[in-house]
Design a protein around this ligand. Structure first.
Ligand code: SF4
Ligand code: MG
Length: 328
């Protein structure tokens, strides 16, 4: 089926003392209805800026979003704020890492759950509240009828994240963007939340864009994965292929730094060095300062994406056709 969202040449840049600096640098991807796409990388790779660009949440005073974000044929990169308000929470919804900061402490769970139904669907309060109760049950929360009358601080972190998921799913969005949705939760609760998201994904045709630094989450949830580094996609493919046959040195490092796929890791320790500050490396492969395989060419020329027959794509000179010929 045709993609629910098509991102083409997305470039998001911010005005700094050094000029307009791209943080997301010409990326392409699409997501099909019902698909779960993982976007993985360390913090500072441009994952969150990618999702905020799709949601129309890049501050216009300093940020600039260029390229195409085609949603049902409409380019959201050019959409007005008024149009984005119609889309957010309705066609495209988002859940964040820390539900406490996204829930308003002075409103009840029920009031917050029905907000988007009231705004987008113009449902009356009674009908919307009945739907809110139904959603709380769907996400596995007990005492749903009482819970709608309670306040966020009365709930545990895991319960609040379930409420956030219920809130995101209440208008049956076509795309759910989940940015590190389980990072703040302990391992058991994390597993339950991922299980819930998988179940909701299977029961609806909502596609999920799962943003994470945790390859365990990708293995658990995703069919396809994009690996981002310094604002670019450096590797893409189906999850099985990427785990069994990672090609980019960064992806290989990420996989090696996960000691056990079932264990939660907070940080990726084993790749020495840091993601370069956006705009600091003018030439060459952005991974070169950390790469054990860097060649002369890597310092001066940026690699393009090489495609393989199995759909895998890799941005690395080691897989460039002319390099492959030289080494053969
Ligand atoms: Fe390493 Fe060069 Fe490949 Fe970059 S292009 S990942 S520096 S081998
Ligand atoms: Mg982030």
């Amino acid at each position: 089926s045709s993609p629910i969202i098509e991102v083409k040449g997305l470039q998001t840049s911010f005005l700094t003392e050094d000029g307009q600096i791209p943080v997301v640098n010409n990326i392409d991807f699409d997501i099909k209805p019902g698909e779960v796409l993982g976007i993985v990388g360390e913090s500072g790779c441009g994952k969150s800026v990618t999702s905020l660009s799709i949601m129309g949440l890049i501050p216009t005073a300093t940020g600039k979003v260029e390229g195409e974000i085609l949603f049902k044929g409409e380019n959201l990169a050019n959409a007005t704020e008024a149009r984005m308000r119609q889309i957010r929470g309705n066609d495209i919804a988002m859940i964040f890492q820390e539900p406490m900061t996204s829930l308003n402490p002075v409103f009840t769970i029920g009031e917050q759950l029905i907000e988007s139904l009231r705004i987008h669907r113009k449902w009356n309060k009674k009908t919307a509240m009945a739907r809110a109760v139904e959603m709380l049950k769907l996400v596995g929360l007990p005492r749903a009828e009482e819970l709608v009358k309670e306040y966020p601080h009365q709930l545990s972190g895991g319960m609040r994240q379930r409420v956030m998921i219920a809130m995101a799913m209440i208008c049956e969005p076509k795309l759910l963007i989940a940015d590190e949705p389980t990072t703040a939760l302990d391992v058991t609760i994390q597993a339950q939340i991922l299980e819930l998201m998988k179940k909701l994904n299977q029961e609806t045709d909502t596609a999920i864009m799962m943003i994470t630094h945790d390859l365990g989450v990708v293995a658990e949830m995703c069919e396809r994965v994009l690996v981002m580094y310094a604002g670019k996609v450096v590797e893409e493919g189906d999850v099985k292929t990427i785990f069994q046959n990672p090609k980019h040195p960064y992806t290989i490092g990420l996989i090696q730094s996960v000691p056990d796929m079932r264990t939660k890791v907070d940080r990726l320790y084993s790749i020495p060095g840091n993601v370069p500050k956006p705009g600091s490396l003018k030439l060459g492969c952005q991974f070169a300062p950390r790469c054990a395989h860097a060649m002369d060419r890597c310092i001066s020329e940026s690699p393009g994406l090489s495609s393989f027959d199995n759909g895998q794509q890799v941005r690395c000179w080691l897989y460039d056709d002319s390099e492959r010929r030289k080494q053969a």
